[in-house]
Design a protein around this ligand. Structure first.
Ligand code: GLU
Length: 435
């Protein structure tokens, strides 16, 4: 008799032949989250394996002639995890650590996120394994245009709509839109979101993810009858998400006591001057050396006395060890997948409330949806209209998830997955299988 190979992985973690995730890897984390929700899906659980397999994954080669005349190859991906509820939607990440497995997890979290806030989208994600800080602007443009052309097989305004993510921005979206438009022979602003406002972008999009994190935190405090004034906040990541969330919390009267970016950590017990820190980072590319704070050893960030922790950088940051040490009583997940399953268990045990990524950072894709709708009608809304609608969608979605968590006595993460996966699998069931 053949014996099964020994494995610490459970159930269908082994189901795909092209990925062997570790339990704490991004895809392993996502699969564990799916497993936790299956008991709450009733008869729809029959379809749950759909959630454990990306619908399709494309790997592309991106050859570029560098400024010095040499030719370099980069590897890019676009994964469409699920299209049951509509076209694919999700960002594109440029990072030296990007892998297919990571992009699979990020695309799956987009499926869940889009369903959690009830946007008419499936989930997708893209990435290029590259350190954009090592490229000239011209090289960055070449990588972007070739990548866009290669994933042109999959993307389109009705098929799959990319957007910014880690290390990508409005300029990169403008190049993507232009390349796709050139290839199809017509300007197609709706093929990407997060574009500059003068090219069919939406007001409010740049700050939308950070704003959504703030709204989620504000609502979570309100539901616990706690004041925002004077609350101590620590933020990991000072890019598009973390810096805006820090700014809005500080504006509302919170004290942002610690900030960590990819270069270092700064701390000020009385609260950092967030606009001054943003200006410092814009000038020096780093929070390090900021005069209005003391430097802190990076690992000490996780021990900082605070009420709210906002991980707004990369996945896998809150490990079981760090979860044991955290001083905060609430975690707002600005990043995708920042908490590994073992850490989630520790946080639950310690009674620390986690507002999960799939609702907490959904503000960005929500305003991306507004942008896409505006592009189709070529009629653009005011920033106040956009922020009001974002606020309402976030408050309603978090409210429904909160009520479900209360009713079933489950975590907000499992409740968010329950709300979302019911929607996804109902669509799957009612569309049926072909053939
Ligand atoms: N990259 C963002 C996210 O992870 C936004 C995606 C989008 O706007 O499509 O949610």
């Amino acid at each position: 008799m053949l014996s099964k190979p020994a494995s610490t992985l459970t159930g269908d973690l082994q189901a795909l032949s092209y990925v062997r995730p570790e339990p704490d890897s991004a895809w392993g984390t996502y699969l564990a989250q799916v497993d936790s929700v299956i008991p709450y899906l009733g008869s729809l659980s029959r379809w749950a394996d759909t959630l454990k397999r990306p619908k399709r994954a494309l790997i592309v080669d991106i050859p570029i002639e560098m400024d010095d005349g040499t030719v370099r190859h980069f590897e890019g991906y676009r994964v469409q995890h699920n299209l049951s509820r509509g076209p694919g939607k999700g960002g594109v990440r440029y990072h030296p650590g990007v892998t297919l497995e990571e992009v699979m997890a990020l695309s799956a979290w987009m499926t869940v996120k889009n369903a959690a806030v009830n946007l008419p989208y499936g989930g997708a994600k893209g990435g290029v394994r590259v350190d954009p800080h090592q490229l000239s602007v011209r090289e960055l443009e070449k990588v972007t245009r070739r990548y866009t052309s290669e994933i042109g097989l999959l993307i389109g305004p009705q098929r799959d709509i990319p957007a910014p993510d880690v290390n990508t921005n409005g300029q990169i979206m403008a190049w993507m839109m232009d390349t796709y438009s050139a290839n199809v022979g017509a300007t197609a602003t709706g093929v990407v979101t997060g574009k500059p406002v003068h090219l069919g972008g939406s007001l409010g999009r740049v700050k939308a993810t950070g704003r959504g994190v703030f709204i989620a935190g504000r609502e979570a405090l309100r539901r616990q009858k706690l004041a925002l004034e004077g609350v101590r906040v620590a933020v990991q990541g000072f890019g598009n998400v973390g810096s805006v969330a820090a700014e809005l919390f500080a504006q509302a009267g919170a004290r942002v006591v610690a900030v960590q970016d990819d270069t270092g950590t700064v701390y000020r017990d009385a609260g950092l001057d967030v606009p001054a820190l943003q200006a410092h980072r814009a000038e020096h590319g780093s929070v390090q050396g900021f005069a209005g704070a003391e430097p802190l050893d990076d690992e000490r960030f996780w021990d900082v006395p605070c009420d709210i922790l906002i991980p707004a950088a990369l996945e896998g940051q809150i490990t079981a060890d760090r979860a044991t040490r955290l001083q905060a009583w609430m975690v707002l997940e600005g990043a995708n997948g920042p908490t590994v399953p073992a850490a989630d268990a520790v946080l639950a045990e310690r009674g620390i409330l986690v507002v999960p990524d799939v609702i907490c950072n959904a503000g960005g894709v929500t305003v991306s949806y507004f942008e896409w709708v505006q592009d189709f009608s070529s009629y653009f809304w005011t920033e106040a209209e956009i922020n009001d609608r974002l606020d309402k969608i976030m408050v309603d979605a978090l409210g429904a998830i909160w009520d479900k968590a209360d009713a079933l006595q489950i975590s907000l993460r499992t409740a968010a997955f329950a709300v979302a996966c019911e929607r996804i699998l109902l669509a799957r069931q009612d569309r049926g299988l072909y053939p």
